[in-house]
Every structure is written in C-alpha cells, then in structure tokens.
Design a protein around this ligand. Sequence first.
Ligand code: TXA
Ligand code: MG
Length: 339
Amino acid sequence: MKTTLYNNITDIPAVACLLQQGQVVAVPTETVYGLAANALDSRAVEKIFAAKNRPADNPLIVHIAKWEELPPLVSEIPASAKALAQAFWPGPLTMVLPRSEKIPDIVTAGGNTVAIRMPAHPVAKAIIEAAGVPLAAPSANRSGSPSPTTAAHVMTDMEGIIPAVFDGGASQVGVESTVISLVGPRPRLLRPGGITPEQLEQVVGEIDIDPSITANVHLERVSSPGMKYKHYAPKAKVTLLHGSQPAFVDFMNHQAEADAVALCFHEEAHQITKPVLCIGHAEDHGEIAHNLFSLLRQADQQQITRIYAHCPERRGIGLAIYNRLIRAAAFDERELDQE
Ligand code: TXA
Ligand code: MG
C-alpha cells in the first residue's frame, strides 16, 4: 500500500473522506500522533488493531471535537466529568466513562466503559469535524515502540501499512494524555500524562492513583490494560537511575560500561565523558516530556545497546515521564546516592 503524506489544511477533506470510507489515517495531536478510524465502524477499528499489531484486550480512546458529541457515546455524565472538561478540554486529558450502546465492542475491548478525549491540536479538531464521526485512535506506533511525536516517526512504523499520514508538526506535549476513570466512587488516575495529578485535584478534589502507574503489574486484570504491556521500549537495555547530578556523572564516568550512553540533563551533559543524549533541563519537565520519545527512537537509529537514563523528579508532568521511563527500562531502576 502506498502511504500518502499530507501536510496542508486543504488536504483535510481528502483525509476525512478516507476516514468515512472506513480507512485508517495517522493524525497529529498535541500529545502524540494517533492512528485514527471511525469509532462507530467496527470494521474500520479492526484495521487499527491490525496495523499496530495491538492485542485485542487493549481498548481505544475515542476522540471528539465538541462537547455535544459526548452524550450519545456514554450512558452517564458525572458532575466530575463536566468540571474536568471545562478545565482541561480541549487538551491532553482522557476520561473513562460508562459507555453507551453506540460504541462497538471492539473499541472498549468488550468492557462497559469508554475512554473519551477532546484533542486541542487544530488539525485533529478539523479532521474530526470534517469526518463528522468520533475517531478511535491509539498512538500511531507499532505495539512496543515509543509513541510517535512527528510524522517521520509515524512513517518509520506505518509506511506501506496505512493509506495516509497527516504531518501537523512535532507534537507539543510529547507524552500521551492523562487517563482518569470516573466510573468508581472516586476519580482514579490510570495513566499520568500532560495534565498533572495536582491539576486534576484542584478541580475534583482527592484522586486515587492506580498502583499500575509506578509498579510492575503482571496482573491479568488491571484498570488500564495498556499499563500491563512492556511499552515504549527502545532496542537498547535501559536502566533508570535516581539521584543527584554529581552521583549520575560519577556513575557514568566510572561505573557504566564502555559502550553505555547517558540519557541525561542539559546541566550535567558536559561533565560526562561517555556519549550523551540530552533530554532537556532538569527542572523543565515540559521540555523533557517533549523530547523523550524522539530520543528513544534516535537511540534505536544510532544502534545504541546500553542506556542509563537520569530520572527527573516525580512531581507534575515528571510522574508521566517516570511512568514512561520505567517501562522503557522494563522496571530496572536504581537509587544512586545510597550506593
Ligand atoms: O494522548 C493520547 O491519549 C493518544 C492520542 C492519539 O490521543 N492516544 C493514546 O492511545 O495514547 P493508546 O491507545 O496508545 O493508549 C490508550 C490508553 C491505554 O493504556 C488503554 O488501555 C487505556 O488508555 N484505555 C482505553 N480505553 C480504556 C477504558 N475504557 N478503560 C480503561 N483504560 C482505557
Ligand atoms: Mg500507545
């Protein structure tokens, strides 16, 4: 299959037409690129699972452009959903709600809830509106690789597999949306992302944090099935290190293997005598999130086989960065200052 790369807003009708015909198209969003299809057409959604090689038990997020599109897709809208939408939609927040009959089983992996998000990227919004249907869209990577944050990343994974990719520039946030479940007695964070736990709590009060976010979950049933897979993994063996900048520099220079590469902060990069991939300034979590997946893909391209990643503080969007990094590291993490 030939994959056409679009990049002009005048191409949006052509992309919308493909979606209406039941095809799968990669679209830019502010978090990461999505692999979109008509969420109400189960045949079209099947093609997403095939293109990604995604396990059928991992449900998809349904993307809408306007609040009015929500009620038909869900069986109930709790007050917390209204408040969160008012605060954070359009934007990097996904809400898990009780589903309606309209959502095909394949989208929810047979469950009785559906995940909904209203993206902020103008191209995503325009494509949903032009298609005139809600779009089911997981991240546009093949299962197991880092989520794509540029159209070039999508082409690497999907060229020849899907008919079209729309290039809307680099995704600004760089990590996937925050997923919060609103079906239980208390809001529950299932995946940290662009909207931080602190921001959520300002709107809905105290939230529960699902244990799968920071722990290695091997359970058959977890609240967010995606969390149980080894995700975002580069080909290199990755170890996540916690500790001060001097301790990290010392480790890289004196203990790391000769072929190791540091995934490190701007402030410490010049002191490290081994090759580095600079992830951003230590305190600028937005910058680190923006660069993270791109650097993991770059590591693969450079055929790096050993990476030590310096973990940023786990507050704010740092929790999302930690959540992605421990998966890239297959849960191999160490505390440096105590050695
Ligand atoms: O930022 C994003 O969310 C991107 C862009 C394209 O919107 N999408 C994305 O989709 O990251 P995906 O499929 O890669 O991740 C969706 C996550 C998975 O962990 C999945 O298990 C969870 O959301 N999820 C989807 N539906 C759910 C549901 N009904 N209940 C619980 N978790 C759900
Ligand atoms: Mg994904």
